[in-house]
Design a protein around this ligand. Structure first.
Ligand SMILES: *[C@@H]1O[C@H](CO)[C@@H](O)[C@H](O)[C@H]1NC(C)=O
Ligand SMILES: *[C@@H]1O[C@H](CO)[C@@H](O)[C@H](O)[C@H]1NC(C)=O
Length: 445
């Protein structure tokens, strides 16, 4: 009974997707520049562009007060890496940070990003979850823990494998010290994982083997994941599904992923292959079209994709190669660097030329072959029992009894349940032992 209750509550805990089937576009408001408009003007610009999901890299009260009072905005603010050790070691530091930086602007704050790409700084990884826990306690003290999420953006270099997407896994040396405790925290607080994903870097470093059309969401010959037959029309979704696979491999399929940064530079040095204005316009424009018209990724077809573009402005004081200062959609004088749609209205006005096809096709639910036997059995018992799936065909002698294996029977039962629930988000989960596929699992049907 306890295990049935556990399954039932896990099903309920799985976040439901919003009623619309398209995802949302946000934008990163980076400020490493000495020529940007004052925050009040930036807020006006964002309003005229209907951009309301904004991510910041700090918690500067001068910036936050420009947004405060406009409840159309939902901001992600950040506790920078340089303040992570203070937040990890001192609850009174996070209390005071929340009191002075968060509470006064709580009307517009949706989430806190704790550090950025902490996975690539070995000195910081051990502080991350301590800081997240302290912040959570501080939010609780000010009754803000239910309205403000806490997460932390990972970079794709947290992955050991990303190709093909089904082989996605986290770097083993990060798993115990950082990834698992963070995912436990995200699960416990009903939060989500933030991931910074840049097809540009992958393309630029491998332009001989990756097609530019595939990187830019243009028609291309499509990449098939040989392990599961899933078809990828663009590199962005392949990267995202590598993260989904890495989560599944650690049994965190219930954790939602939001792309906290993605973008393409409009200029670069000679060795930065692919950095150009037409390519940036193609990538960012097609990404927006894809997200605002489409469903989810091949591995999570019913979960709309949410992504924050990088970035609002070109930032003239960023160090590094030329590309770093040229990710902006806008010049500091507020003119667009190139013209792309940013809202559903603008995409619709173009005549709905969706680039990558939306995942409208039917989907199926199957058992993870690598799942632990006891977990599979438990989930199978739940699906056929309390879950109400039609399991008569997998009884001995019935039409689908063969192949007589736990995985085959579980797949049959999971899929029966999933179809009965009209493929609703979260109904192909079963405690992390099931996943969605877009090709009929022929050996069971
Ligand atoms: C964050 O750390 C920097 C560098 O140590 C420091 O100057 C700044 O005051 C800290 N910010 C907060 C809000 O504690
Ligand atoms: C902004 O939203 C309003 C109201 O929904 C809409 O009428 C307008 O066309 C949108 N503007 C853009 C640039 O999408």
């Amino acid at each position: 009974m306890a295990s049935l209750l556990l399954f039932f509550s896990l099903l309920l805990l799985t976040p439901l997707s919003s009623s619309s089937s398209s995802g949302q576009i946000g934008i990163n408001y980076g400020r490493i520049a000495n020529n940007l408009p004052p925050p009040e003007k930036v807020v006006q610009l964002l309003k005229t562009q209907n951009l309301t999901r904004i991510k910041l890299y700090d918690s500067d009260p001068n910036i936050l007060s420009a947004f405060s009072g406009s409840p159309i905005f939902s901001l992600t603010v950040a506790l920078p890496n340089e303040n992570l050790s203070s937040a990890a070691s001192s609850p009174s530091y996070t209390d005071s940070w929340v009191r002075t930086r968060i509470r006064p602007f709580a009307d517009v704050i949706y989430a806190i990003a704790v550090g950025n790409e902490v996975n690539s700084d070995p000195k910081l990884t051990r502080f991350l979850v301590l800081a997240m826990n302290n912040l959570f306690s501080s939010l609780q003290k000010f009754s803000l823990a239910s309205s403000i999420k806490i997460s932390s953006p990972l970079s794709l270099s947290s992955l050991q494998n990303s190709y093909p997407p089904s082989s996605g896994s986290f770097k083993p040396d990060l798993v115990q010290p950082m990834i698992k405790p963070m995912l436990d925290f995200l699960r416990k607080t009903s939060s989500y994982l933030m991931v910074n994903a840049y097809p540009f870097f992958a393309y630029s470093a491998n332009s001989g083997s990756i097609s530019l059309d595939y990187a830019l969401f243009r028609p291309n010959s499509v990449v098939v994941d040989a392990n599961n037959g899933l078809k990828y029309t663009n590199l962005f979704e392949a990267q995202l599904d590598a993260v989904h696979s890495a989560l599944g491999r650690l049994n965190y399929n219930d954790i939602d992923v939001v792309v906290s940064e993605t973008g393409w530079p409009s200029k670069g040095d000679a060795n930065e292959v692919g950095a150009s204005e037409p390519n940036a316009a193609a990538y960012n424009g097609n990404l927006v079209r894809r997200i605002l018209t489409g469903g989810g990724t091949p591995l999570r077809p019913n979960d709309p994709i949410d992504a924050y573009l990088f970035a609002l402005f070109n930032e003239n004081q960023k160090p590094g190669p030329t590309s770093e200062r040229n990710y902006g959609l806008f010049y500091p004088n507020e003119k667009k660097v190139y013209d792309i749609p940013l809202t559903a209205e603008e995409v619709a006005a173009e005549g709905g030329e969706a680039v990558a096809p939306a995942a409208a096709a039917p989907t199926w639910c199957v058992a993870n072959e690598a799942a632990a036997k006891e977990k599979l059995q438990e989930a199978l018992d739940y699906a056929c029992g309390e879950g109400g799936a039609d399991c008569r065909p997998i009884q001995p002698g019935a039409t689908c009894y063969d192949p007589d294996s736990l995985v085959a029977h579980a797949s049959y039962a999971f899929n029966s349940y999933y179809q009965m629930k009209a493929r609703a988000s979260g109904t192909c989960y079963f405690g992390g032992v099931a996943h969605v596929v877009i090709q009929p699992p022929s050996k069971f049907f």
